[in-house]
Structures are given as C-alpha cells and as structure tokens.
Design a binder for this molecule. Structure first.
Ligand code: C2E
Ligand code: CA
Ligand code: CA
Length: 560
C-alpha cells in the first residue's frame, strides 16, 4: 500500500490544530506547527515530502502572510499547495491570502467533509502538474533545448504516420574528435558549440521536420526526402558551425537514411544513418554519405564476421600461412612470418586485412593471437621433431597484447609448452604501438628481449616514429613498410632516405628486412643500398604450412 501523504497544519491554537488533525489523520500523516517560523523548520526537515499545507493567518512569532511569501520565493517549496484557514467569511482576508500565493481557503468553523474534499482534490491536481513538468523536462534536451532522443523518436513516428504519402530522410550528424574539443577548449566552449549547432538545425528544419540531440555531439533530424544531396550543402553548414565559437577546423560527418517501409524502428533508422556517417570517417573533404544496400551488406558482413569469430576459433577455422624471408646476399631462406587466414565454411578464405581490424576493436585479437602463436610454435616443434632446419618464425603481436600485464609470461609459457627456446619465435610489433604509449611498451618489450625473444619492429616508416627514438627502442630487426619501399622507388637511389635508414640501422646493430618486394628492380635497389633481408611476392606469397615444408625440403636438398 502507498505511504500516507504528509500534510502540515500551521495553527497557533491547540484546539483548532487538534480538530484538523482529527479530520485528517485517517487519510494523511499530519505534521503540526504553532506558527510560521516553526512551520519553516518542519519544511526544512521534510523537504519536498509535504503534499499540502493548511495555514492559519493570524499567529504570533510569524504570521501566515509572512510565511506564505517566504514559501513562494523558495523554488523547493513554492509548488506545495496551501489552503488558508480563515476566521470570518469576509472576502478581504481570503483575497489577501490568495494574493500572497495561497491556493484555496476554508472558513472556520471546520466542516470535515469539505476540508477532506478540498485537500484531496488539491493534492491530486498538484501531482498532475508535477507529472506534466516532468514530461516537458524529458521532452527536451537540457543543454540545447532541442527534443530529447526519446521524444524525437515519438514525434518522428507521428510525422511519418500522419504523412503516409510523403517520403522522409533521417539525417544524423557526428563531430569528429569531439572529446578532443572538450579537452582542449573546455566544456563551456564545447557546450556553446553544441547550442550553436542546435540553433542551426532549428532554423533549417523549422516547420517541416523535427530534430533532436541524440547524445553528446550527435544530432538527428527527420526532414522531407530529397534525391539531390550534394557535398556543398553540408560544407555550407560546416562553415557555419566553424563560425560559432573559437573552435576552428571542426570536421563533421552527416549520414542520410532514406526512410522506407521496411518496418525498421526509429532506433534502427538512426543507427543506419550513423553508420553511413561513420563510413566516411577520416575521408577528407567528404561530408555526407547516404545509407544504401552496399553499406547495408558491408554492415551485415562485419556483423557476421564478429558473430562467427568465437565458434570459428573453437572449430579451428583459423589457419596460419607462412611467408618466407630471405637473406639478400646469398638468397638463403632465413625464416618465415606466420600470417593468419580464416577459412570460412561459407565464404572461403578471408583476408586478415579485413577481420584483424575488427578484432582489434572488439578485443578478440588477443585470443586469436594466442591461438596463432600456439600454432606457429606447434609448427616449429614439428620441424624440430622431423629434422628440418631450425628456422625461426615470426608472429604478429598486436597493440592489445602488449597492454596486457601478463604478456611476457604468456609468451614464455607458449614457447615452453612446445619445448622451444624463445629465440625461435620472433615478435613483430607494429611501429605505431611504440609511438603511442612509449613508456610502458618499451618496458614490456625490454623484458621480452631479456627473456630471449627477438623483436622485429613491423611497418617501419608507415607511422611517425622519429629516428631519434629508434636508438632508444628495444628492437633487433627493422621491418621496412611496403609503402616505404614503393615511394623510395619513385626517386633515384642517391636521393632516397632508405640508404640513410640502413646506415643508421648498421650503426644501431639492427637487421633490416624490406617487406612487400614485388619486382626484380626493387630487389636490385635493396641490394644496392645494402639491405639485409627481403620478404615479398617476388619470392613467394604466404603459403600453407605443408607447401612451406616442401619448399624447405627442396632448399635443404639443394644446399646438400
Ligand atoms: P603485415 O604484418 O604487415 O603483413 C604483411 C602483409 O603484406 C601480409 O598481408 C602479406 O601477405 C602482405 N604481403 C607480403 N608480401 C607482399 C607483396 O609483395 N606485395 C603485397 N602487395 N603484399 C604483400 P596479409 O596476410 O593480408 O596480412 C595483413 C595484415 O594483417 C598484416 O600485415 C598484419 O598486420 C595483420 N595480421 C595478419 N596475421 C595476423 C595475426 O596473426 N595477428 C595479428 N595481430 N595481425 C595479423
Ligand atoms: Ca607483420
Ligand atoms: Ca608489416
């Protein structure tokens, strides 16, 4: 059962107080005060928990009028309904009470039925008003005054239902790196920016659509459909956005979802618009994208890859391919890189270039990498057993792996499980991992080296690592990124930077491997500048382990 509502009776005469208590006590919890001052103290103690006040006017210490005017000025109490109890039937007292903010009045002597009736109806009226105020609070976004997301969805549904013959688009917008704006310019400036954007939308959408702030820096509008969106329209808005505050160079992306009758919910429509916006994230100069079937199937594919990853691991759908590495000087096979492949039961072999970034985002990469390491070590163990050359194999170690506290122990356990010494497993760590959070990574990698693992810095030259930093990095091998080699080939040898890098690497006692060697020309250039090793399609593509073993046998026989 509901708790009894609280009523405060303010009356200096004990008899009258007693009477009122008697009338009300069955239905309500009654609190008593003998003057205005005492009543204020009770209010302070019970706060907003009081549903109604019955107030006498003439009282010692603090009279009813003074109490009323204090009450009405305080936002915390001003909404509590007040019934003034008057002695006479004279209109003047009652009018004065009403003008001070009383809601109603009752005359003495008290008639129980009338008092109970008035009290009940005032309490229910005021709780209705409270609900209405709450609703309007939820209807609008506090900061910008636009609709809230929930209310927007309701409104948009209404618009769609009322205009079955019209077509609409759901457009959303997203500011790139909004968190950075918050951090650099501070919250007041970022808020000003958001309010400015809200104003722009309000003006644009006016009577023909609805708009809202969905969350943080994301807005959504439902507007009449058009076929002819062009980039300039959005560039125009973006210019206005950049003029709102001192924040310049804001990049914003818009996604358009043309509403159709496929039964999607408002949330789904918004998600699709957002997906379109996110599909052009980082694409310079492109401000908007329309959600279409290609995007939809891309999204479904991504989803299915993610849905299938755990069972794929359990069902051993992941395999490793090996790509050989050679020494340039004498063409000797010096090792291999293990590259994961997903042999999907429906779609066949899937490229890691597609699924690895997904797994890096959702964290699954650490599980998959551990699996690959185990497979690579399994292969090495088998080679040792079968009397193959004791070549090393390198595995990729992703950023998420290095951030794990137990990474060194995990890798050590892995090689030990297969009876290998750590130097048989080379660890390829991407250059950008080093530049991101230098301190911790350097420590971890140093530890791994002490344990005996060989560290290869992968994709060197693709990021922003400075040469200066290189001297402090715990690495053994530098793997030059494929793009580095390609851009080098566009210049004459003496003008290239690669020569310089190799000289520096010599000085730092690092071995240099060039990745992605595809042509004889490239190989010759690498030979010229004294690069140590190569890996690339010119020699061999990544291949199944059996093929690699066959190749090893051949090499072995040739040498003999
Ligand atoms: P990566 O580590 O830079 O690996 C080299 C990629 O270049 C491989 O692509 C390889 O097949 C390709 N490649 C080798 N030689 C040539 C060439 O001459 N020309 C061209 N155009 N490409 C060449 P792949 O196997 O598709 O792997 C792509 C990326 O996926 C890898 O780049 C690596 O970042 C990631 N990856 C692959 N396997 C794993 C894994 O087991 N764990 C983690 N964390 N990442 C992996
Ligand atoms: Ca690699
Ligand atoms: Ca690489």
């Amino acid at each position: 059962m509901d708790e009894k509502k609280k009523i405060l009776v303010v009356e200096d005469q004990a008899i009258n107080r007693g009477l009122l208590c008697q009338i009300l006590a069955d239905t309500y919890e009654v609190l008593e005060a003998e003057n205005g001052q005492a009543a204020l103290e009770i209010l302070k103690r019970h706060g907003g928990g009081i549903s109604l006040i019955l107030l006498d006017i003439i009282m010692p210490v603090m009279d009813g009028y003074t109490f009323l005017s204090i009450l009405k000025k305080d936002a915390a109490y001003s909404a509590i309904p007040v019934i003034v109890t008057t002695q006479s039937d004279g209109d003047s007292n009652e009018l004065a009470a009403l003008s001070h903010g009383a809601t109603d009045f009752v005359a003495k002597p008290y008639k129980p039925q009338i008092i109970l009736h008035r009290v009940a109806s005032l309490i229910s009226l005021s709780s209705l008003q409270k609900t209405a105020a709450m609703v309007s609070l939820f209807q609008t976004d506090r900061l910008t005054g636009l609709y809230s997301k929930e209310y927007f969805y309701e409104k948009a549904k209404e618009v769609l239902a009322q205009n079955p013959d019209k077509r609409y688009d759901l457009i959303c917008s997203d500011i790139e790196n909004f968190k950075l704006i918050n951090d650099i310019f501070g919250i007041p400036t970022a808020d000003k920016l958001l309010c400015g954007i809200a104003d722009l939308y309000r003006k644009h959408v006016d009577a023909h659509g609805v708009c809202c702030r969905v969350n943080a820096d994301r807005f959504a509008c439902l507007v009449e459909h058009r076929q002819d969106y062009v980039n300039e329209m959005f560039v125009d808005v973006l210019e206005k956005v950049n003029a709102i505050s001192e924040v310049k160079n804001i990049v914003m992306k818009w996604g358009v979802y043309p509403v159709n009758s496929d039964g999607a919910s408002m949330e789904q429509m918004y998600d699709r618009a957002l997906l379109a916006a996110q599909s052009i994230k980082g694409t310079y100069g492109t401000c908007f994208a329309v959600y279409d079937d290609a995007l939809r199937s891309q999204m479904l594919r991504t989803q299915r890859l993610k849905d299938g990853m755990e069972s794929a691991l359990a069902e051993k759908q992941f395999e490793i391919y090996l790509q050989p590495k050679y020494r340039i000087q004498d063409g000797a096979l010096i090792g291999a890189e293990a590259l994961v492949r997903w042999n999907h039961p429906e779609w066949g072999f899937q490229s890691p270039a597609e699924f690895i970034p997904l797994f890096e985002k959702n964290g699954f990469i650490t599980k998959l990498d551990q699996y690959v390491w185990d497979m690579a070590c399994g292969v090495l163990e088998k080679w040792d057993r079968d009397g193959f050359l004791p070549l090393p194999v390198s595995v990729n170690v992703s950023r998420a792996d290095i951030h794990q506290a137990d990474i060194a122990q995990r890798l050590l356990d892995t090689v030990r499980r297969h009876g290998l010494s750590p130097d048989r497993l080379h660890l390829e760590i991407t250059e950008s991992a080093y530049t991101e959070s230098t301190g911790q990574i350097v420590e971890t990698v140093e530890h791994l080296r002490e344990l005996g693992f060989i560290i290869e810095m992968d994709d060197f030259g693709s990021g922003y690592s400075s040469l200066n930093m290189l001297s402090r990095m715990p690495v053994d091998v530098l793997k030059l990124d494929m793009k580095f080699l390609q851009s080098e080939m566009e210049r004459p040898a003496q003008e290239g930077v690669m020569q310089f890098i190799i000289t520096l690497a010599r000085f730092l006692k690092l071995i240099v491997i060039a990745e992605g060697v595809e042509t004889e020309e490239e190989l010759n250039r690498l030979r010229e500048i004294d690069c140590d090793c190569v890996q690339g399609y010119y020699f061999a593509k990544p291949m199944p382990v059996e093929a690699f073993e066959a190749m090893m046998k051949e090499t072995f026989t040739n040498i003999r």
